[in-house]
Design a protein around this ligand. Structure first.
Ligand code: FE2
Length: 324
């Protein structure tokens, strides 16, 4: 069965082609800036400009003709409305043109499901991206959120801090590189509240007390050590509470070399499996949408055109999970 997956929740427009659970291609074009952040309308314009090209590249790489597609899977939510709408229109058009079923996929759940390709069976997902920071696991028919950010996503925090010290979007890779040049830890507010985290206070503190007074590399190093320790503390507590022995990383921030290293140390300490998909499947990607769509379809789900509205605020635990 050939599935075409489409991703467009935020900065990335992606198209993937899968044959059952095998990924034949995973193409994307992401909106970036030299300075400043991501503007929703500009990002949506980017998606309109690149969508045809990305689809053609994905089909070519997979050596599949559009007419061979059996299923169209797309990111239905959550995400930025402007961006989701482009992917949804694109997916509906393909579904209608090809007369093939459509399946709407929850983007956060897709980050967890892609871990299956690396052997994950029943993991805790640490989903660390720009907009989303959640600890997710399956329990009682749904993917439950065991902990999450109370204010901004860890990636948005890193991007905002990165802008403060002159980096463009995304700032994460530059922070990762600069942090490697320091081992000097500057004390920062550490905000874990029960199973939740928050980054706003740390950001204000950095702006008011550190920027301009300390070398940038020391601040980058300290930001990573603190923010990632917070994430792994709640991830570990969720693993202990749910008695799960697998951790899957997901989201663009999970590409960070120090976060990966810290996750591996934590899992080793508690004799758990640390599953880190390759970077192309950590960042927003269409392969995870195609894979989740395929699993959902196999369990008998489909999304009628009338039900294919975008869901910018859909929560992970609003989705009934009948495909496990
Ligand atoms: Fe994501």
């Amino acid at each position: 069965m050939i599935t075409i997956g489409i991703e467009s929740t935020a900065h990335t427009f992606g198209v993937a082609v899968l044959e059952d659970m095998k990924i034949l291609s995973n193409e994307k074009d992401s909106y970036t800036t030299e300075s400043g952040g991501m503007i929703p309308t500009k990002t949506a314009e980017h998606h309109v400009d690149v969508c045809d090209k990305v689809l053609l590249n994905a089909l070519k790489k997979a050596n599949i003709k559009l007419s061979q597609a059996d299923l169209i899977a797309f990111s239905q939510g959550p995400g930025i409305g402007h961006c989701l709408r482009i992917g949804a229109v694109f997916a509906r058009s393909l579904s209608l043109k090809l007369k093939k079923p459509l399946i709407g996929v929850n983007h956060c759940i897709a980050h967890l499901e892609i871990g299956r390709l690396e052997g994950a069976e029943d993991p805790i997902l640490l989903y660390a991206s720009g907009a989303n920071t959640q600890i997710i696991a399956y329990d009682g028919g749904k993917y439950r959120i065991f902990g999450e950010t109370l204010d901004i996503g860890v990636g948005n925090f890193l991007d905002s801090f990165g802008r403060d010290i002159g980096f463009g979007f995304p700032a994460g890779p530059a922070i990762d590189q600069l942090a490697k040049k320091s081992k000097k830890y500057l004390q920062l507010p550490y905000s874990v509240k029960g199973m939740d985290v928050s980054f706003g206070g740390m950001h204000t503190y950095i702006r008011n007390k550190l920027i301009g007074k300390h070398p940038k590399e020391d601040i980058c190093y300290s930001v990573q050590e603190t923010a990632f320790a917070m994430l792994l503390e709640v991830a570990e507590r969720a693993m202990a509470h749910c008695e799960k022995k697998e951790l899957v990383l997901g989201g663009g921030v999970a590409c960070n070399s120090r976060l990966k290293e810290m996750a591996k140390i934590m899992c080793k300490d508690r004799d758990a499996k640390c599953i880190i998909p390759e970077n192309q499947y950590l960042v927003d990607n269409a392969a995870m949408i195609g894979l989740t769509g395929y699993l959902m379809h196999k369990a008998g789900n489909k999304t009628a055109i009338k039900d294919s509205e975008i869901r910018p605020y859909e929560r992970t635990d609003q989705v009934d999970v009948n495909w496990r």
